[in-house]
Design a protein around this ligand. Sequence first.
Ligand code: GDP
Length: 195
Amino acid sequence: MKITNAEFVISAVGPDQYPEDALPEIALAGRSNVGKSSMINRMINRKNLARTSSTPGKTQHLNYYRINDEVYFVDFPGYGYAKVSKSQREVWGKMIEKYLLERETLQLVLLVIDLRHPPSKDDELMYDWLKHYDLPVCVVATKADKIPKSRWQKHLKIIKEALVMRAGDQIIMFSSEEGMGRDELWAHISRFAFP
Ligand code: GDP
């Protein structure tokens, strides 16, 4: 995908701030520090548009990025950060749930996971939650450059089995460092955003 234009649009706290131009939306979920901002930056060829290591306490915002004026990336706040209070967690849950339930322009959710490690309990819950709403999910297994190629397949298998991934959901290996997986992921996103 050739990126001609990518811009940060809004850090939205609720539906009345979501864009109204009805472009397809691709949501991104993952635990904090998994590499989600780096992945967004790599996908849109910008070094710093999505702030890497953004403050983990900011649980209540959905960050909207408009790409080529034809699709949005909607970045969920990272989950699983230990210092987030129970009440903040509840705010997070309610906001995401409302978005998942009501956002008709949502086409696909990217669940970003660290290829090096088995999914966390939160990752498993997130995947189950998304499937509960019958949403198509693409698991992006990032930081692939951090383990040797000879172990990739084994790690993919562990992730697929731990999440009990449904037939039809894809897993794509990714490296924000090296760009691996970028073209494959854009091709996959395009199938959902521009069917
Ligand atoms: P976020 O909290 O999920 O947005 O995570 P960040 O994008 O801020 O990444 C967390 C840390 O992991 C940073 O130090 C990144 O440089 C590093 N990182 C992210 N993706 C990759 C990757 O694909 N390869 C390597 N080697 N490091 C990565």
